[in-house]
Design a binder for this molecule. Structure first.
Ligand code: SF4
Ligand code: SF4
Length: 345
């Protein structure tokens, strides 16, 4: 697969031309923060962003989506979103999160609604230029990424290096008029960016190897930290909603006023929310706040890794830290406390 060099003015033309032919979603400024949105012009694209408010997973697993519509006596119809789009600016840690979601939604019953969107997406990832104030991707091994994207962009000063990793990526880069072949010096500059990010995206240092986390948590179920932290938890669920690897959802039926038509929808849910585990008969399995607080960090460090070959389901984006008003959501603080008290065996 090819590696091209696009001077920044050429890149601007490339993106503007792309916008004329396909739906393009890219990272843009929202006041002093950044988020993904429909891109109207290359000048709005901000590949120097630190972190987006929401992760890009919403383009594959929307906050609310209709799975099925039905009409009594006329059966049902599955609803799929098959619009092609290009998603530009996915940071490596968010790309790792999407790779994990791909694996999870492929397990057991393949989630065709998720993959309808995923298959129609062309993902242009980009290496981090400005670290956010709470990123710890270096600790989690997600500061750079080597798979999942169609194209990977790296800012090397006056140009972007663009590496195509798939046929979709090759086809996209073929539209970049004026692109040059990357030379050895360009590749060295890219390697310097990778080396810098692998060490430097680390505002919170995990005091053990990521691979130690499942074993550590295996000994921590009754540790006092869960009660201590949960005392000030608002149950707001913000730490779930901003997380690129959280994928829990609820299914709801919306019956029309005519009692004949209706739709079945799914909507994001969060394990910190009271009622998440409520079932028929009023039983609730994690009624205590501390149990819900513990569950989120067990999902990240033990339960999900057991489903996906040991990969830790926290990619170190730092969004939950930004979002948590009582400042208790930082996974590194909790894991480091367990390391200090229990040691790593
Ligand atoms: S747990 Fe927090 S830091 Fe880890 S991936 Fe989720 S939002 Fe990011
Ligand atoms: S840990 Fe923080 S963000 Fe998460 S539910 Fe509790 S208060 Fe909200």
């Amino acid at each position: 697969m090819s590696i091209k060099k696009l001077k920044k003015d050429i890149f601007v033309h490339f993106i503007d031309n792309l916008i004329r032919t396909v739906k393009v979603i890219g990272v843009q400024a929202k006041g002093e923060r950044f988020d993904y949105g429909l891109l109207a012009s290359a000048k709005d694209l901000r590949l120097d962003y630190d972190v987006t408010l929401q992760p890009p997973k919403k383009y594959f697993l929307p906050p609310v989506e209709t799975l099925v519509t039905y009409e009594v006596g006329d059966g049902y119809s599955s609803q799929y979103d098959c619009e092609q789009f290009v998603l530009i600016g996915v940071h490596p840690y968010d790309m790792v999160a999407i790779n994990q979601l791909d694996e999870l939604f492929r397990q057991d019953n393949v989630d065709s609604h998720y993959f309808a969107r995923r298959d129609n997406a062309t993902i242009v990832a980009c290496d981090v230029v400005n670290p956010s104030k709470n990123v710890f991707a270096s600790s989690m091994g997600t500061a750079t990424v080597k798979n999942g994207y169609d194209v990977l962009l790296t800012d090397i000063g006056d140009s972007y290096l663009a590496e195509a990793a798939t046929e979709k990526g090759e086809n996209l880069l073929a539209k970049a008029a004026g692109a040059e072949e990357a030379n050895k010096e360009d590749l060295n500059k890219r390697q310097q960016v990778w080396d810098k990010n692998e060490a430097g995206l680390n505002k919170h240092q995990l005091q053990c190897k990521v691979t130690d986390l499942p074993r550590l948590l295996g000994r921590a179920y009754n540790h006092p930290v869960w009660e201590e932290k949960a005392k000030t938890c608002f149950n707001c669920g913000s730490c779930n909603m901003v997380c690129p690897t959280c994928y829990c959802f609820d299914i709801q039926d919306d019956v029309g006023w005519d009692f004949i038509t209706g739709k079945r929808q799914r909507a994001w849910d969060g394990c910190l929310l009271d009622g998440f585990t409520k079932v028929a008969g009023g039983h609730e399995f994690r009624k205590k706040r501390a149990d819900r607080f513990r569950h989120r960090l067990y999902r990240k460090g033990k339960y999900v890794p057991e489903k996906i070959g040991g990969q830790i389901a926290c990619v170190g984006c730092g969004r939950c830290i930004d979002a948590c008003l009582p400042d208790i959501a930082n996974p590194v603080n909790v894991y480091n406390r367990l390391v200090a008290d229990l040691g790593v065996k």
